[in-house]
Ligand binder design. Structure first.
Ligand code: FAD
Length: 408
């Protein structure tokens, strides 16, 4: 048989010839298409997704824990720029609200086996206790997960990622000041959302005490008499006053005061007049009135030396990244931004709450969609799914402001 016999023309004339072989042709085509679909299904089923997590804070390690449980995920690598001891010994306390608490329980976090304290549906623990627990779980499962401490994600690592084979999902959880999302090519633009609230924060360090997890204290409708500081008119009866939250562990105690935007003369005075002694006295009085019974009172001389505080009320604003998810076709890489790297509050107002954990509710579904996505349409639909979830979180914050976190 000559070479020409095998040309396309020969094949077509052999199989599509009008001599009764049409049936065979159709059968052949159907078998070919069926085989291709089955192969595609099989490839998708066995395909594993490599996951890279940047940042081993509460959000980064929770994201790792979620990814680790997914049968779709192969190798996981976590990069954390600080040394392990520094991360595990962070002095602050972390609070899980009831939504985050239930979500974490459903994914297998056993709060009964964690040092901490439950109160009114909230759970408080040292951030290091939570991180150590998750690290232990990661180690127990023997999953192919490497947590690299003292390893900063930088340009060099980004280049390595781009050279990799197969699909990668990068979960950026490098906190408020993180630069990794921009380094990976996501837009740097952020939006500021007003929470229609003004707030101030104070922090006290009591060096002689141990860091014992301690429940939060809330008080509402507080009014302050500022007549001793000048001719400030008093709030009328019935004006909704300030809300106070005392939080943190027994050694590092924090307070935040918040009030909804309104015409209160006290709000106006504390917004505009910079009198440090006025704010200091308000925080001192608040602490001594509402502290736990077991805590000692603070003296004026102690707060002078050991309390840091905002000198006036600031507008509470959330900063949100405009672009929190992207796909890079040339290196088959998805990037998603989570936690405080995506959404954070202005520091002076002390409204740090672990909102970021809520973004992770959609992570498991997103991982599945990312692994299965083949066509342009399914890739866009995976991105749209994650974007819709982020938008929902941002919208509820801008609509309800601090209602859930401060005023209820
Ligand atoms: C003083 C203080 C007190 C707080 N008190 C409370 C409280 O009482 N209750 C509460 O609920 N919340 C509290 N918070 C807030 C809480 O800590 C945050 O909401 C939470 O830590 C956010 O988690 P995250 O994982 O998004 O970011 P982070 O905890 O900031 O973690 C980001 C991690 O990424 C790492 N990183 C950054 N860049 C890179 C890079 N290029 N490569 C590798 N790693 C990188 C950082 O080292 C860091 O470990 C407090 C925060 C502070 C600062």
């Amino acid at each position: 048989m000559s070479h020409d016999d095998f040309s396309d023309g020969w094949l077509i004339s052999r199989y599509v010839a009008p001599d009764g072989h049409l049936f065979m042709t159709v059968l052949f085509l159907l078998a070919f298409l069926g085989g291709r679909a089955v192969y595609g299904q099989f490839r998708r089923r066995v395909r594993k997704l490599d996951v890279v997590v940047i940042g081993a804070g509460p959000v980064g390690l929770t994201a790792t824990f979620i990814a680790m449980r997914s049968p779709r995920v192969g190798q996981i690598t976590v990069y954390e720029e600080s040394p392990r001891e520094y991360v595990i010994n962070s002095p602050y306390q972390i609070t899980f609200d009831s939504t985050s608490f239930s979500f974490l329980e459903t994914i297998g976090v056993d709060f009964n086996n964690m040092e901490g304290c439950h109160d009114l549906g909230l759970f408080y623990t040292k951030v290091g206790v939570y991180l150590q627990y998750i690290l232990d779980q990661i180690q127990c499962t023997g999953h192919r997960c490497k947590v690299l401490f003292g390893a900063k994600f930088d340009k060099e690592l980004r280049k390595n990622l781009e050279r990799g084979n197969g699909r990668t999902l990068v979960i950026v959880c490098d906190g408020k000041k993180g630069q990794s999302a921009s380094l990976l090519g996501l837009d740097e633009f952020t939006d500021q959302v007003s929470c229609h609230t003004f707030g101030a924060m104070a922090g006290i360090e009591r060096p002689h005490l141990r860091e014992v997890p301690t429940q939060e204290i809330r008080a509402h409708n507080l009014n302050f008499d500022l007549s001793a500081y000048g001719p400030y008119s008093q709030d009328q009866n019935g004006t909704s006053g300030f809300s106070l939250k005392i939080f943190g562990n027994s050694k590092y105690r924090y307070m935040c005061l918040a009030i909804r935007r309104c015409d209160s003369p006290t709000l106006k005075a504390l917004r505009t007049i910079l009198d440090r002694s006025m704010m200091r006295n308000i925080f001192l009085k608040c602490f001594n009135t509402y502290k736990l019974k077991t805590e000692p009172c603070l003296s004026e001389s102690f707060v002078l030396n050991h309390m840091k505080y905002s000198p006036r009320l600031f507008e509470v604003r959330y900063t949100q990244r405009c672009e929190t998810v992207a796909y890079f076709d040339d290196c088959d890489m998805f990037v998603v931004v989570e936690g405080e790297a995506a959404l954070s509050c202005n520091f002076h107002t002390g409204m740090d709450i672990n909102q970021g954990i809520r973004g992770l509710h959609s992570l498991d579904q997103f991982i599945t969609r990312v692994t299965w996505a083949e066509s342009e349409k399914s890739i866009s639909s995976a991105l749209a799914y994650k974007m819709q979830h982020s938008t929902k979180l941002f919208t509820s914050l801008s609509r309800d402001g601090m209602q859930e976190f401060m005023f209820s």
